[in-house]
Design a protein around this ligand. Structure first.
Ligand code: NAP
Length: 253
């Protein structure tokens, strides 16, 4: 992996949704920058990711946790406490999307999206942010979306949750900046991952999207991961409550 150098030596990061896509790339970039990384997923195994972290200075440890289940989040936090794990960097990346017309968007889909994309972010940030405040500092980076700024099409639950992530980022930053905890968000544009597989496969829709993006192509996961690593580093100590679009120019169009 090539790229710039960011120093996260001695830090421990927790990255949610680290089994694939943007989250895996974030975990790799943080480990490459020297951080030890605990990566969460519902089906994450060291075996499947063998090789992905080979030769990187940071140690990667996968942990299973279904973030749609509040009991599992509670158990995870207890497990981290028991292990004496101090989290310096929290990256709330895990996210799901459910596409449907608003009039047909089921409450079940709404609840599922809110549970993973919003509730889990609040629960993890509240618990780990409190520990960061006790210890005098830390970094929280939330993964928002261009749909934190726009309503999107056929994704009312997702857009509502991502809009709320932008507001939660600002609300936490306002309270925690003086305690040395930086809370910021990165808002990706269209990135080629499983999450956007249906869009990528739809030739007409994909072509229309690319025509609207100034840079004219899908983003790569590592193009989201490096800005996250920057916000997780001391280079960003004076940045609080920012929702940074990383979108190939989409929002400026
Ligand atoms: P992805 O490829 O679909 O990966 C989603 C990740 O989230 C997986 O690691 C998955 O882990 C994890 N996850 C899903 N449900 C979970 C649950 N209940 N508990 C724990 N982990 C769960 O998605 P992505 O495209 O990389 O997206 C990552 C983030 O970027 C999301 O927040 C997404 O909304 C945001 N984003 C993506 C794009 C894009 O164009 N791709 C654009 C804007 C924003 P398991 O597989 O182990 O369950």
């Amino acid at each position: 992996m090539t790229g710039p150098t960011i120093d996260l030596n001695g830090k421990t990061a927790l990255v949610t949704g680290a089994s694939r896509g943007i989250g895996l790339s974030i975990a790799q970039v943080l480990a490459r920058s020297g951080a030890d990384v605990i990566g969460l997923g519902t089906s994450i195994t060291a075996q499947a990711l063998e090789g992905a972290f080979a030769g990187l200075p940071g140690v990667f440890r996968p942990m299973d946790c279904d973030l749609s289940e509040r009991d599992q989040i509670k158990a995870l936090l207890a497990q981290l406490d028991d292990a004496g794990a101090e989290i310096d960097i929290l990256v709330n990346n895990a996210g799901i999307i459910r596409r449907n017309h608003a009039a047909e968007h089921s409450l079940e889909d709404w609840d599922a999206v809110m549970a993973v994309n919003l509730d889990a972010v609040f629960l993890l940030s509240r618990a780990l942010g409190a520990r960061m405040l006790e210890r005098g500092g830390g970094k929280i980076v939330n993964i928002a979306s261009v749909l934190s700024f726009q309503g999107g099409v056929l994704v009312p639950g997702y857009a509502a949750a991502k809009g709320a992530i932008a507001q939660l980022t600002r609300a936490l930053a306002n309270e925690w900046a003086q305690g040395g905890v930086n809370v910021n968000a990165v808002a990706p544009g269209y990135v080629a991952t499983d999450n956007t597989a249906a869009l990528q496969a739809d030739e007409d829709r994909s072509a229309a999207l690319m025509a609207r993006i100034p840079v004219g192509r899908w983003g790569r996961p590592e193009e989201i991961a490096w800005p996250v690593a920057f916000l997780a580093s001391e280079l960003a100590d004076f940045i609080h409550g920012t929702v940074l679009p990383v979108d190939g120019g989409w929002l400026s169009r």
